[in-house]
Design a protein around this ligand. Structure first.
Ligand code: HEM
Length: 536
């Protein structure tokens, strides 16, 4: 069955004897490769892993067949396994041990005792092969060096420079939704949010505003979707795992075409911006020639050093010789991909949850009316950082939406040394560690009635804060590898939601128990259908 699947992936048209011969050939090859593959952990490590609870493993395949489900059902499968084997359980993926963390208590134990013994998982090799060795995929000292270099550009600077752009794109999004508000038509908000988020990210990244229907916008989104879909499919279809088999399939071609597009786009955009900056500098030098006042001259030099967008900062680092062109291209893609997919998923989920809880939506309306006055006037509505800080209740809603639906539902890690938990269990060095935020955030000990959308559970006097469960809620993962765009992301979410709620009244069409998602490292919401009407 397993081998038949391999054959069908590679030679979909083969029949009869050809198929049988191919099955024998491929089976010999797969067996040979698996036997030759060096185990990633020691014999002692293997024994320690087997002491952890988990389903019985087969020789060679391990538990690979237990993970064979449709993509849409993967998250539920992890929940079922965690229910049966506990919040910390192991599976063998061929001869690779995977330890899963799916309860808040286990996550708390792990990170509070050993967060410095955890690195990125080997699974990020796929990211490295596709968009290169950027901040996201680096490990060890190379990582720390790059993060230090990028920190000034991501931090408050990004938020400060971002506010006018977020206002501009939020107002455009209100306009886009107007046709649905007028017609009363149902709308799947995710594609709309995705297009808006990528245009905002590019505006912040390299100051280019794309039209909503620009082919680059839809081509980029499709390219990323295809490539991540086909790469993650390799988790559910273990026979596609070995590179030499995957590379023979049509899926590999689709995935690599997607990555090619992403890389070409980065090159094209970076080259374009470099030329623009050169022209800007030449123009500013010519103007300076005419200015004799040395004080003004100093002002101009300072202004030229002060970057306007994230890409300018990267190019400045390249000019200083601190990074190479390939690093600029790679960080360009990391910013784009890291920024738009997560934010659009988070916004879709948050708006869906507000739409399905009119009483919570009403409280947000009241808070916004208090801050901005009643009504929404597109010509004057403008949000400042002070406004964002005063949106306290909306902040709780954002936190609760990220709890229920963390856009990155799982963080792939690896242990660098043995980790001794306080209950005697040991997770040995070299083990792939998957921290399932989606399930950690559903631990009833810290989040009673976990499926319910209750923003108040994040108010300062709630049980959650009393329990001091720092690692029970980690939508942005955990330092030192937490999300570098976190402040920007939360500010964006609060601002866009404020625009959406001020302008429209939202109602959910898809019932909560029919909500679907696909797992592609991020969790794409596939059917968040809403209705909207202008708010009176
Ligand atoms: C609601 C929105 C967001 C969420 C929930 C989110 C979540 C995360 C998480 C969980 C990680 C760690 C991933 C892992 O452990 O494998 C991460 C890393 C990262 N995020 Fe975000 N993110 C969001 C928005 C953004 C934005 C807007 C940007 C860029 C502007 C960004 C850039 C990055 C980068 C570059 C990393 C890698 C950081 C490192 O390894 O040091 N993220 N994000």
């Amino acid at each position: 069955m397993f081998l038949r699947n391999i054959i069908m992936e590679i030679f979909p048209m083969s029949t009869g004897w050809t198929k049988t011969i191919l099955v024998i050939l491929v089976s010999t090859l797969v067996l040979w490769i698996n036997l030759r593959r060096r185990k990633k952990i020691s014999r002692r490590g293997e024994i320690l892993v087997d002491r952890l609870s988990g389903p019985k493993a087969l020789p060679i395949l391990g538990n690979a067949l237990n993970l064979r489900v449709e993509n849409e059902d993967f998250m539920d499968l992890i929940g079922i396994l965690a229910h049966k084997w506990g919040g910390l359980f192991r599976v063998w993926y061929f001869n690779d041990p995977w330890v899963n963390i799916a309860s808040a208590d286990d996550c708390q134990k792990l990170y509070s005792s050993a967060k410095n013994l955890i690195e990125k998982s080997d699974e990020i090799e796929i990211t490295k092969q596709s968009v290169g060795d950027g901040l996201y995929a680096r490990v060890g000292s190379l990582y720390h060096e790059r993060r230090k270099l990028l920190n000034p550009a991501y931090g408050l600077n990004l938020v400060r420079k971002g506010i006018p752009k977020i206002n501009k794109h939020s107002a455009m999004l209100v306009k886009t939704f107007r046709q649905f508000a007028k017609s009363g038509e149902n709308v799947n908000i995710y594609p709309v949010m995705t297009k808006s988020a990528i245009r905002l990210v590019w505006d912040s990244l390299f100051e280019k505003v794309y039209e909503e229907d620009a082919s680059d916008v839809s081509d980029y989104i499709t390219a990323m979707f295809m490539s991540s879909y086909h790469h993650t499919t390799r988790i559910f279809k273990p026979w596609l795992r070995p590179n030499f088999i995957f590379n023979l399939t049509s899926k590999s071609k689709l995935a690599s075409d997607g990555i090619q597009f992403v890389n070409d786009f980065a090159k094209r955009s970076v080259d374009e911006r470099r030329i623009y900056l050169q022209q800007k500098r030449a123009f500013s030098n010519r103007s300076n020639d005419k200015v004799l006042n040395p004080l003004e001259d100093e002002e101009n030099t300072k202004a030229a050093n002060d970057w306007d967008c994230y890409l300018d900062y990267l190019l400045e680092q390249q000019d200083k010789g601190l990074i190479k062109e390939k690093d600029v291209l790679c960080e360009f893609s990391v910013f784009t991909i890291g920024g738009y997919e997560t934010t659009s998923i988070a916004l879709t989920r948050a708006l869906y949850l507000l739409a399905s809880h009119p009483e919570v939506q009403q409280k947000v309306v009241e808070e916004l009316d208090e801050i901005f006055g009643k009504g929404y006037d597109a010509s004057t509505f403008d949000i400042t950082m002070t406004h964002v800080k005063s949106m306290k209740y909306l902040d709780l809603c954002v936190k609760e939406a990220l709890r229920l639906f963390p856009p990155i539902p799982m963080s792939p890690k690896k242990t660098t040394e043995d980790i001794q938990l306080d209950d005697g269990r040991v997770i040995p060095a070299g083990v792939q560690l998957f921290v399932w935020m989606y399930w950690v955030h559903r631990d009833p000990k810290y989040f009673p009635d976990p499926e319910a959308f209750i923003p108040e559970r994040f108010s300062q006097d709630s049980d959650f804060y009393r329990e001091r469960a720092t690692y029970a809620y980690i939508p942005f993962s955990v330092l030192p590898r937490s999300c570098i765009g976190q402040n920007y992301a939360v500010t964006t979410m609060k601002m866009i939601l404020a625009y959406m709620i001020k302008a429209y009244e939202w109602t959910a069409v898809t019932p909560r128990d029919e909500l679907k998602m696909t797992f592609q490292y991020v969790s794409h919401p596939t059917n968040a259908i809403l209705k909207l009407k202008p708010r009176i």
